[in-house]
Design a protein around this ligand. Structure first.
Ligand SMILES: *[C@@H]1O[C@H](CO)[C@@H](O)[C@H](O)[C@H]1NC(C)=O
Ligand SMILES: *[C@@H]1O[C@H](CO)[C@@H](O)[C@H](O)[C@H]1NC(C)=O
Length: 392
């Protein structure tokens, strides 16, 4: 239609949008557009969305955080990057002291070998074996093999020759969906976690925000090829580690910020006990440094938003709806590594507001090496400059 022929187009000036909002007479329209439409839209999305978060038991809701003697809150600023650009999300690490090589599993399916060097830039990355999935937890077996927890495949044996073999991918008729962390005991039994039997790794945030314990701690015995469920109903079962005395398996539960221990020997075999609670953040992998300390990757710090979300399922549902539209606020923040002693007493907390989804910490020589879910490097901190047992 030719605008000039419209009778009113000449007489009515076109108001600018700023003028519209200033005109008092149009406020019902403005209110309608800016408030009612979004509210109705969000309400409809909320009603139609099938995500059904559960209330957490009151015993699992706590905003308390333990006091940590040594704190370093600028970790990123003082760290170096190892393998920059040649690694994508090196999540967990296994160190072979004889060859000075770190084995790590990456987002693109590669298990890479990283030859570390005092000069971070001179560290060499070699892509070794691709699992075809997404290797997370990684530990040495007793026959020069690597045992790998791959959320897309299950529990894998990667032989010294680089052959990938599936050991197990289900227990009690239930398939694993997020095989996550692994460790091998001196007697050869493999302990590992399935973080969720319901959601895939790419949807881990759904599991965390659903608030249901969909995780399990499991064992696999290579001698009998049997898979056992040791503990069920865990909140995103994550890091797994056999204690150096071989008496316990320590396992981490991410959203509830704790690690517990499972007796694998003696008269209390099969019992679960407290180990450390009220961590300053959400634990991922846990590793022993051979020198009286455990190092735990903390994927995100506790925050007011996390606290509110855990208390209110409807907030978690709104967060998931926002997630679906790429609008979820960043919550996986202020990530880092926690150091504790063998009795579970806190020693140090290294973190940085700019870090997100740090998944593991490993002390090798004078350095702390940190893995993560997305960063294109292993983060390295000089512990001579920033010792875990503060010098002051
Ligand atoms: C570190 O890298 C440099 C340069 O590539 C090499 O000369 C040196 O031997 C390496 N050091 C170690 C401890 O591997
Ligand atoms: C992994 O495979 C190698 C080579 O076949 C074998 O020697 C080793 O025992 C296997 N490990 C497990 C845990 O099954």
């Amino acid at each position: 239609m030719d605008e000039s022929k419209r009778p009113d187009s000449a007489t009515l000036p076109r108001p600018s949008s700023a003028a519209i909002t200033k005109q008092k007479s149009s406020w019902p329209f403005t209110l309608f557009v800016t408030v009612l439409v979004p509210v109705v839209a969000v309400t409809m999305l909320y009603q139609l969305d099938s995500f059904d978060p559960a209330p957490l038991p009151p015993s699992e809701l706590n905003s308390h955080v333990i006091t940590v003697p040594t704190r370093s809150d600028q970790m990123l600023r003082v760290s170096e990057f190892v393998g920059l650009g040649n690694l994508i999300g090196p999540e967990d690490m296994a160190y072979d002291a004889k060859s000075g090589v770190i084995y790590t599993g990456c987002h693109d399916g590669w298990i890479s070998r990283v030859t570390v060097n005092d000069s971070a830039a001179d560290s060499v990355v070699e892509k070794w074996v691709n699992t075809g999935g997404r290797p997370l937890g990684i530990a040495f077996g007793h026959n020069n093999e690597l045992i790998v927890a791959d959320p897309e495949k299950g529990l894998l044996n990667v032989t010294a020759d680089g052959v990938v073999e599936l050991l197990t991918d289900e227990a009690e008729g239930q398939k694993f969906k997020t095989t996550d962390a692994v460790d091998v005991a001196h007697n050869g039994i493999i302990y590992f976690s399935d973080a969720s039997h319901k959601y895939r790794l790419s949807k881990f945030i759904y599991d965390i925000l659903e608030g249901r314990p969909n995780g399990r701690l499991l064992s696999y015995d290579p001698a009998t090829k049997t898979t056992k469920v040791l503990v069920r109903d865990l909140y995103f079962a994550n890091g797994v580690m056999v204690t150096p005395d071989q008496n316990y398996v320590i396992f981490c539960e991410t959203p509830v910020r704790r690690c517990r221990k499972y007796h694998i020997q003696g008269k209390d075999k099969g019992k679960v006990e407290k180990f450390i609670e009220y961590l300053p953040g959400m634990p991922d992998n846990i590793r022993y440094d051979g020198d009286g300390q455990y190092w735990i990757g903390l994927s995100a710090s506790r925050s007011a938003l996390w606290d509110i979300a855990f208390r209110h399922p409807f907030i978690r549902k709104i967060l998931i709806i926002m997630e679906k539209y790429n609008r979820r606020p960043r919550m996986e923040q202020d990530s880092g590594v926690m150091v504790i002693d063998l009795a579970g007493n806190p020693i140090a907390h290294y973190h940085d507001p700019e870090l997100s989804l740090i998944s593991s910490g490993m002390k090798i020589g004078n350095y702390l090496y940190c893995g993560s879910v997305y960063y294109p490097y292993i983060l390295r901190l000089n512990l001579k400059q920033y010792p875990e047992r503060g010098t002051e």
